[in-house]
Design a protein around this ligand. Structure first.
Ligand code: NAP
Length: 410
């Protein structure tokens, strides 16, 4: 990457965190490992065509590559070179394919590292159904839920030590001596930090999103009945934030019962909370009662995959990692290494993440074009292998052919 690589202009962030987007923004892409190059090529084709069709010559994305992952390791000896991080900050908006994480030992997850180093504190995953997709539930069309998952804290903070390590033993001794805590001998130990500021900024973003889109409710999902000072505190800080900063726009579920005889006052957003295990039942049994969810990291991880399965699987679930100064849009599945280079997998997740990216730029006409083209392609029963094996009379196409079919339908 040298300055000649950047043929467009830079996006900037205003004082109120609003984006200033030129008509020719430089946007970074990480191709990703495994199936990454296949789904990225498909996504780029779709996004470029949508922008060209929506705005003719007036707008165009100027893509530049960010070297991260296996490709970066091969070329530079590092998986996450400092230059790539610097350019992601500079670009403000980037999009990425999946990156490999070795299990157990070795490098920590690159995805987690990126979220932490760029302070991308909100993982946003809108989950909705596209007609024609096979689903394991009877009424997948009732699901339209956006999850705001806290991205930087909780047991994902990376504060953990292996069983019998010096650090784990020292900490266990300290806990026994000072707090009479029962810690089994030789246990591995992980720490679960959840802070007031971290919880409040996530809930703030979730409520602002709900207001901006005219949605009916925000549900705080937690396991506060057991983990009172982390998950329970998340719930309490969420309600506190809503009361302090959004008092005229929100009402709690309890207030609806106590003050308004069970009827939500016009124009108000309901703030409610659910215990995480109960929420897994709720999204299966009564998904239509939920629109936006705000939740700590681990709950959000499980819940977003479970919800994605309800509407047709991870191949179609988009995601974004967003902070105050930059945002990275990404496929929610992994690198599926056995399919690498076969031009076979479903590019839907990255394509829809790209549509979220266009929304984020406020290029909503292009974003809508992408979603509508996807919907029509699915209704025409043109799908990749993962969906074809669950559908009768579908036409199975390659990853690149799926993208081409979408472009043909724009
Ligand atoms: P995975 O890569 O998501 O793949 C698991 C299975 O999901 C695949 O074998 C395939 O199922 C299906 N699948 C995934 N993506 C698909 C697509 N685009 N189209 C159709 N089917 C798709 O999960 P994994 O095997 O557990 O993880 C592999 C690597 O990816 C690991 O290194 C992991 O750490 C990494 N990972 C990265 C991210 C990220 O970058 N955000 C996220 C998750 C995992 P079938 O075999 O049944 O067809």
């Amino acid at each position: 990457m040298n300055e000649r690589t950047f043929t467009g202009e830079w996006i900037t962030v205003g004082k109120n965190l609003d984006l200033k987007v030129p008509d020719n923004p430089n946007i970074g892409f990480i191709e990703g490992d495994g199936i990454g190059p296949d789904i990225w090529a498909a996504t780029r084709l779709v996004l470029d065509n949508a922008v060209a069709k929506a705005y003719l010559q007036r707008r165009k994305i100027h893509w530049f590559e960010l070297l991260v992952g296996e490709k970066a390791a091969r070329e530079t000896g590092e998986s996450l070179p400092a230059r790539a991080v610097e350019m992601m900050r500079k670009a403000v908006v980037s999009i990425k394919g999946p990156l490999t994480t070795p299990v157990g030992a070795g490098m920590r997850s690159l995805n987690v590292a990126l979220r932490q180093v760029l302070d991308l504190y909100a993982c946003i995953r809108p989950v909705r159904y596209y007609a024609g997709l096979p689903s394991p539930v009877c009424h997948p069309e009732k699901v339209s839920i956006t999850i705001f998952r806290e991205n930087t804290e909780d047991v994902y903070a990376g504060i953990e030590w292996p069983a019998e390590s010096e650090e784990a033993e020292t900490l266990a001794d300290y806990l026994r001596d000072h707090f009479h805590a029962h810690v089994p001998t030789g246990a591995g130990i992980g720490i679960k930090p959840i802070s007031r500021e971290g919880s409040r900024r996530l809930v703030r973003r979730a409520i602002a999103y709900t207001i901006a889109r005219g949605l009916p409710s925000v549900t705080l999902v937690h396991k506060g009945n057991i983990m009172k000072y982390t998950e329970g505190a998340f719930r309490q800080w969420g309600y506190e934030l809503a009361a302090e900063e959004f008092v005229s726009e929100t009402v709690t579920e309890a207030q609806v019962q106590e003050k308004y005889a069970g009827k939500v006052p016009a124009g108000k957003i309901v703030i409610k909370d659910r215990i995480a295990d109960s929420m897994f039942q709720q999204v299966l049994l009564r998904p239509e009662e939920y629109s936006v969810v705000a939740t700590p990291n681990l709950n959000g991880d499980y819940l977003s995959d479970a919800l994605a399965a309800q509407v047709g699987g991870l191949g179609m679930a988009p995601g974004a990692n967003v902070g105050d100064s930059c945002a990275v849009f990404e496929a929610t599945h992994g690198t599926a290494p056995k399919y690498a280079g076969l031009d076979k997998v479903n590019p839907g997740s990255l394509i829809l993440s790209g549509a979220m990216m266009l929304d984020h730029l406020n290029w909503t006409e292009a974003a809508d074009l992408v979603r509508t083209a996807l919907e029509i392609t699915l209704q025409d029963r043109i799908v990749t292998y993962d969906l074809a094996r669950q559908m009768q009379d579908a036409r199975e196409v390659k990853c690149s052919e799926f993208a081409r079919a979408m472009v043909d339908r724009m």
